[in-house]
Write a protein that binds this ligand. Structure first.
Ligand code: FE
Ligand code: FE
Ligand code: ZN
Length: 293
C-alpha cells in the first residue's frame, strides 16, 4: 500500500524535516506545500535541505515521485474578473513548478480554480488560457488537476469538466488528475461503489491520467458540495469504504495521501495509516491520540 499524508515544511529542517515527519508515521509517500499556502513568500531553494531530503527518501526506498507538491490555494487560474489575480496565478504556478522540479519531485497538485462572478464557460476558458500561457514546463513535470467538491463557483466538480480542460491544453503530456475522495463524495459521486467511480473516471478521463489520490473522509453527505474533510472512519464515507479504496487493485500503484484534520492539536496520521495498513478499525482511536504505543 502506498500511503502517506500531508506534512509540514518548516524551519529549521525544511524538506528533510518533511521526510522525517512522514517516516515517523510509517508513511511511504508524502505531500507538502513549498511554503505557507496562503501567501507567496518562499525560502530560497538553497535553504530547503533538498539533498538531505533526497538522501533520506533513497535510504528508505521511497522514489522521489512519491513526494507530491501541492500548489497554494491562493492560485486561482479561473479568475477572469481580477487581472492581477489571473497574472499572479500563472506566474506563481510557474515558480512552483520550477521549485517542484528543483526539489526532484514530479507531481504538483493544482485546484482548477473558481470562476467567482462570471460563469462556468468563462472560468473554463480562463483556466485553459492560464495553463496554455505558462512557459515551457520542465521534463517530467505533471500538473495534477484536483477533483473538487463544487463549493461556490469551483470548477472541476465533474470528471467531464476536468476532461474538457485537459482536452484543450497545448501540452497534455504535462497534465494529469488528482482524485480526492472527500471532494468527489461532496460533488455527488458514490464512493461506496469505488469500482464504478473508477470505470466512470476511465471512460471520461482515462485511468492513465490519475497520479494521486487524496484519501479523506467527509463531514458531509454525498452531493453536499461542501468540502470539509473528516478523519478516517469519523465521517460519512467510513473506514470500510476508505480501506477498500486504499486497497483497490487498479490504483495500487498510485499514492494515497491523507489530508485529514489534526485532533486536539495532534497529527492523526500515524494512527490512520496503521489502521488502513492493518485493515482493522479501532473504535475510539481518536481519543487515545497522545498515548504512545
Ligand atoms: Fe487540494
Ligand atoms: Fe485534496
Ligand atoms: Zn478539500
Amino acid at each position: 500500500m502506498i500511503i502517506g499524508c500531508h506534512v509540514k515544511m518548516t524551519a529549521p529542517e525544511f524538506l528533510a524535516g518533511s521526510v522525517k515527519e512522514a517516516l515517523s508515521y510509517d508513511a511511504n509517500a508524502l505531500m507538502l506545500y513549498t511554503g505557507a499556502p496562503q501567501n507567496t513568500k518562499r525560502r530560497p531553494l538553497e535553504e530547503m535541505r533538498i539533498a538531505e531530503a533526497k538522501e533520506l527518501m533513497e535510504k528508505n526506498g521511497i522514489p522521489m515521485q512519491l513526494m507530491i507538491i501541492h500548489a497554494p490555494y491562493l492560485i486561482n487560474p479561473a479568475n477572469a474578473v481580477k487581472p492581477e489575480v489571473f497574472e499572479l496565478a500563472g506566474e506563481f504556478l510557474y515558480s512552483e513548478v520550477i521549485r517542484t522540479h528543483a526539489i526532484g519531485a514530479s507531481y504538483i497538485v493544482l485546484h482548477p480554480g473558481s470562476y467567482t462572478t462570471t460563469d462556468t464557460k468563462t472560468g473554463m476558458d480562463t483556466v485553459v488560457r492560464c495553463l496554455n500561457g505558462l512557459p515551457e514546463l520542465p521534463e517530467g513535470i505533471v500538473i495534477c488537476l484536483e477533483t473538487m467538491a463544487g463549493k461556490g463557483s469551483e470548477l472541476g466538480r465533474t470528471f467531464e469538466e476536468l476532461a474538457e480542460i485537459l482536452e484543450r491544453l497545448d501540452h497534455p503530456e504535462h497534465y494529469g488528475v488528482c482524485l480526492d475522495t472527500c471532494h468527489i463524495n461532496d460533488a455527488g459521486y458514490d464512493v461506496n461503489d469505488f469500482d464504478g467511480v473508477l470505470d466512470e473516471f476511465d471512460r471520461v478521463l482515462s485511468l492513465e491520467r490519475l497520479h494521486v489520490i487524496h484519501l479523506n473522509d467527509s463531514k458531509n453527505l454525498r452531493g453536499a458540495r461542501k468540502d470539509r474533510h473528516a478523519n478516517i472512519g469519523l465521517g460519512t464515507i467510513g473506514f470500510e469504504t476508505l480501506h477498500r479504496i486504499a486497497m483497490a487493485p487498479r490504483t495500487a500503484h498510485i499514492p494515497k495521501i491523507l489530508e485529514t484534520p489534526y485532533i486536539g492539536g495532534e497529527p492523526p496520521y500515524a494512527r490512520e495509516i496503521a489502521m488502513l495498513r492493518k485493515g482493522v478499525y479501532e473504535e475510539g482511536w481518536q481519543e487515545h491520540l497522545t498515548v504512545s504505543e
